[in-house]
Design a protein around this ligand. Structure first.
Ligand code: ZN
Ligand code: ZN
Length: 670
């Protein structure tokens, strides 16, 4: 078994993108590899690091020149690993390496090379191979190469030349391209000729410069025979505003939120408008999608922008007027300019980089020294919290499963993307996660609940939502041995709390029309083999908007139809559910990371969706637990929580569904 540790950082998206795509490529090539991705900065500084990132984003948007200044200052900073400021990061690295014992460490962020150098003063004593994947191009910061790596893997010849000019031996520089998702290397979807009858398709990714997005979009809509897909990212407010802006252009414009369908989108559009982010530029090249750069973050993105101009793969626009003018120019004269860009892209495009890089990593890892010299030093007792490296658990058949069946992502009003949510739960050691974003009844949008309209999943996103979750389901199982299910929370708001109902559909295979009645919806959920669950069915004091009593008020009618009721929602316990002996589950109703500290369901079953659903339907081997872990860091949570082994089946009380409550489980106070 080859072990590869990939180091990343959440500054800018390029590092994480490279890390994830390399990981996916490695895992797709062989079963004989174990890959872990670690963000040592996140582990060392947690919330503080998040503040840095926010500051970084704000700086980019409002004061690009300031950030440019900061970026070049780093060039002159002394070796960053030498100072005491990064001691904690070094500690996290040492601990992760000691625990995981990688054959190869791959860094996608410049900082870590000098920390590794600090850990192994004598390079011969390093028990693993160390590779740096340079995620910027041409204008690369000297931190990338000021500390030694066995190999520097770079995106292009120009970057290789910069490294050589700075004294890196040519034999240590490998030109692979940027590791884009393997999806780009697959079959290419057909794209209509831009000079034909079908409209030209433009993909507009709004990242920096959001304040200009509306104006640009309005101008684009004035161009004839143009279809625009907008990716608004992790900003539901912006998405709502853009939907409003383009209301009169139905059919010509599609506004998406965050998506992990970028590969498909880029391959099915003629032109991309976006900032010059490292991952975006390289993905556009892999997709052979010409690009109009509308923003360049000073510093690391300047090289990407210059590369587009130098290789003539698109253009860098000076302002929003120019963006739209360039769209016009690209397709004028039978799309002459577009064809020219496209031909250049065909020449330089390397969509299989991740696979070639992965195979190089595997080859390099196989050359790692068999018996490390100083592993003893690394293995001394560790005081820091346990690492979040999730061991690949292969447990026996029946086991205690930690489950959450009610969570939200930023497809509706949650704060995390689907991937982030999956990683969050996966790292905490959960066994089963169901994602249940809000969908609203289109015939029932009452004024006071209009706010839901921008906080619910739009019907035109249903297919994408299911595709994204399906992809994450495969990834979560591979990486965390965690089951991921798709679901909906159907919001049926009435004028009063007694006429309002929410309904969870758990483990859905396909979208369900949110305009159906409650009974029709339940029938559809069951037709798909899913569970129909009543969330927060009872009074929630102080939470007006979530008081949804309809199902509870019509219990006689609905109890026979529903599979379970939430006996607990986040921190609320609903005693009446217990007293009635109704089948129950407990869920976080997760919207943001702090909601993880809440009631959860434990199920004693095989780790299989069918077995789990069966337990809930039969109300057997189901228990609830209060997940509280304030004392330790989030990363350590799974270690302090996880039981030593599965509880025996006798540890569970089987409540008869709808029957009498055994005296010994009656609550002390009502
Ligand atoms: Zn709800
Ligand atoms: Zn909810």
């Amino acid at each position: 078994m080859t072990k590869v540790l990939i180091l990343t950082a959440g500054f800018g998206d390029g590092h994480n993108a490279a890390a994830n795509h390399l990981c996916d490529a490695l895992e797709s090539m062989t079963d004989d590899v174990q890959v872990e991705i670690l963000d040592p900065l996140e582990h060392a500084y947690g919330a503080l690091n998040r503040v840095f990132k926010k500051t970084y984003r704000k700086l980019i948007e409002y004061a690009p020149a300031v950030w440019g200044g900061m970026y070049s200052l780093m060039d002159y900073a002394p070796r960053m690993g030498g100072g005491n400021g990064l001691g904690r990061v070094r500690g996290v690295l040492r601990e992760a390496i000691g625990r995981f014992e990688p054959d190869c460490v791959v860094s996608t962020y410049p900082l870590y090379a000098s920390l590794i150098e600090g850990l192994y003063r004598d390079p011969g004593s390093r028990p693993f191979k160390f590779l740096t994947v340079v995620t910027d191009s041409t204008t690369i910061n000297s931190v990338w190469f000021s500390a030694p790596s066995d190999f520097h893997c770079v995106a292009d010849e120009e970057t290789a030349a910069v490294l050589r000019a700075n004294g890196i031996a040519p034999g240590k520089i490998k030109v692979f391209g940027f590791p884009v998702p393997a999806a780009f290397a697959g079959e290419r979807p057909s794209l209509p000729d831009p000079d034909g009858d079908e409209p030209v398709r433009v993909l507009y990714v709004v990242a920096a410069g959001k304040r200009r997005a509306r104006k640009t979009l309005k101008r684009l809509m004035k161009l004839p025979n143009l279809q625009v897909t907008v990716v608004a990212g992790r900003d539901p407010e912006l998405r709502a505003r853009l939907i409003k802006t383009t209301q009169g252009h139905a059919g010509r414009v599609r506004i998406l939120g965050w998506t992990n369908q970028m590969a498909q989108l880029m391959m099915t559009h003629h032109l991309l408008i976006s900032k010059a982010g490292g991952a975006t530029v390289h993905e556009a090249i892999a997709a052979r999608c010409p690009m109009i750069v509308n923003f360049v973050t000073p510093g690391q993105e300047e090289g990407n922008a210059r590369m587009i101009e130098r290789l003539d793969l698109g253009v860098v626009a000076a302002d929003k007027h120019e963006v739209v003018r360039w769209v016009e120019k690209a397709f004028a004269h039978h799309a002459r300019r577009w064809r020219h860009w496209r031909a250049n892209l065909e020449r330089v495009s390397r969509p299989d980089t991740a696979l070639r890089l992965a195979s190089f990593v595997l080859d390099t890892a196989s050359e790692a020294p068999a018996t490390p010299v100083n592993r003893i030093e690394l293995l001394r007792p560790i005081q820091t919290p346990a690492s979040a490296l999730a061991p690949h658990r292969r447990r026996p058949a029946q086991q205690l499963l930690l489950c959450d069946f009610h969570t939200h992502t930023n497809y509706s009003d949650g704060s995390l993307t689907v991937s982030e949510l999956v990683d969050f739960y996966g790292r905490l050691g959960f066994d089963c996660l169901c994602i249940t974003d809000h969908v609203a009844d289109p015939y029932n949008l009452l004024g006071k609940f209009m706010r839901w309209s921008r906080l619910t999943l739009a019907p035109e996103q249903f297919d994408e939502y299911f595709e994204v979750i399906e992809r994450e389901r495969v990834r979560a199982w591979r990486r965390y041995s965690m089951l991921v299910m798709a679901g909906f929370e159907f919001n049926k708001e009435g004028y009063t709390r007694k006429s309002s109902a929410h309904l969870l559909g758990v483990d859905l295979k396909a979208p369900i029309n949110p305009g159906l009645t409650l009974k029709e919806t339940i029938a559809q959920i069951h037709a798909q083999g899913g569970l129909a669950i009543a969330p927060h069915p009872h009074l929630l004091k102080g939470e007006f908007a979530r008081n949804t009593l309809y199902l509870w008020e019509h219990q006689a009618e609905f109890a026979p139809l529903l599979d379970a009721w939430e006996i607990a929602n986040r921190n609320r316990l609903f005693n009446p559910i217990s007293l009635k002996g109704l089948p129950f589950v407990a869920n976080s109703d997760f919207h943001k990371p702090k909601h993880i500290h809440s009631w959860k369901t434990l199920i004693y079953a095989e780790k299989d969706p069918g077995a789990i659903k069966d337990c809930i339907r039969r109300n057997q081997h189901v228990a609830i637990t209060l997940y509280r872990d304030f004392a330790r860091s989030q990363q350590a949570a799974r270690h302090s929580f996880a039981p030593a082994g599965p509880l025996p089946a006798e540890a569970f009380v089987d409540l008869p569904a709808g029957g009498e409550v055994p005296a010994e489980v009656l609550p002390v106070s009502a």
